[in-house]
Design a protein around this ligand. Structure first.
Ligand code: IMP
Length: 194
C-alpha cells in the first residue's frame, strides 16, 4: 500500500516507518509536490489532523494520513492544547513555549497533563480517526537534552525520567504519537491493508 504522510519532518517519518513496517510505503509532502505549509486553523486537534489529510486528498487524490498533537494541562483547562506549537509566539519556539508553560504553572499543585495525538486517515475518500494518549505530569524545571517541544518538562505516568531524558526508542514505545500510529497499524492489519 502506498500512502502519503502529510509531513516533511524526517524525524516523524522515521518513527512512523518503524511502527508501520515495510508493507506500507510512505511518501512525504515534498515528494508529492506539496511544498507550501498546509493550513492548521481548526479549534481542535481532530480538526487540524483532518484539515491536513483533506488538503492532501483534494490535491492529489492519493490515500493519505496526517497527525496533529497537543499537550493538554489539567490545571490550565486543557491549554496549550491545539495551540501547543504557537503557545508563546506565532513561530514554533519550543524554548519560549516551555518557559510560558512553567510560568503559568508557578505555584500550581495540580501538575497533571497529557499529550494527545490524533491521526486522520483518508482511504478512497473515507475518513478514519485514531487517537493516542500518554498521561503524565509537568515538572517545575527542564531536565534532559533529547526529544523536542515540551519533552524536558514532561514525565510520563509510572516513569521517573522526562521524555527528554529517555532514548528515542523508549519514548516512542509509550508516546502519544507512537500509540496513535500503533492503532493505525492495527487497523491496517484488521482490514488486510498491505
Ligand atoms: P505537531 O502537531 O506534531 O506538529 O505538534 C504540535 C506541537 O506539540 C509541537 O510544536 C510541540 O510543541 C508539541 N509536541 C508534539 N509532539 C511532541 C512530543 O513528542 N514531545 C514534546 N512536544 C510535542
Amino acid at each position: 500500500m502506498n500512502l502519503v504522510f502529510a509531513t516533511n519532518n524526517r524525524h516523524k517519518l522515521t518513527e512512523v516507518n518503524q511502527i508501520l513496517g515495510d508493507s506500507i510505503n510512505l511518501t512525504t509532502l515534498g515528494e508529492c509536490g506539496i511544498t507550501e505549509d498546509i493550513p492548521e486553523t481548526s479549534p481542535t486537534i481532530e480538526g487540524n489532523a483532518l484539515q491536513k489529510a483533506r488538503y492532501v486528498w483534494e490535491r492529489t487524490g492519493r490515500n493519505c494520513f496526517a497527525d496533529d498533537t497537543g499537550l493538554e494541562v489539567e490545571a490550565l483547562n486543557g491549554a496549550p492544547g491545539v495551540r501547543s506549537a504557537r503557545y508563546a509566539t506565532d513561530g514554533h519556539d519550543f524554548d519560549a513555549n516551555v518557559t510560558l508553560l512553567l510560568h503559568n504553572l508557578e505555584g500550581v499543585e495540580n501538575r497533571a497533563a497529557q499529550f494527545r495525538t490524533v491521526v486522520a486517515l483518508i482511504i478512497e475518500g473515507e475518513e478514519y480517526l485514531f487517537e493516542g494518549v500518554v498521561r503524565g505530569r509537568i515538572i517545575d524545571e527542564r531536565r534532559g537534552e533529547g526529544g523536542f517541544g515540551y519533552d524536558p518538562v514532561f514525565v510520563p505516568e509510572g516513569e521517573e525520567l522526562t521524555f527528554a531524558e529517555m532514548s528515542a526508542e523508549a519514548k516512542n514505545a509509550i508516546s502519544h504519537r507512537g500509540r496513535a500510529i500503533a492503532r493505525l497499524a492495527e487497523w491496517f492489519a484488521a482490514n488486510n491493508v498491505k
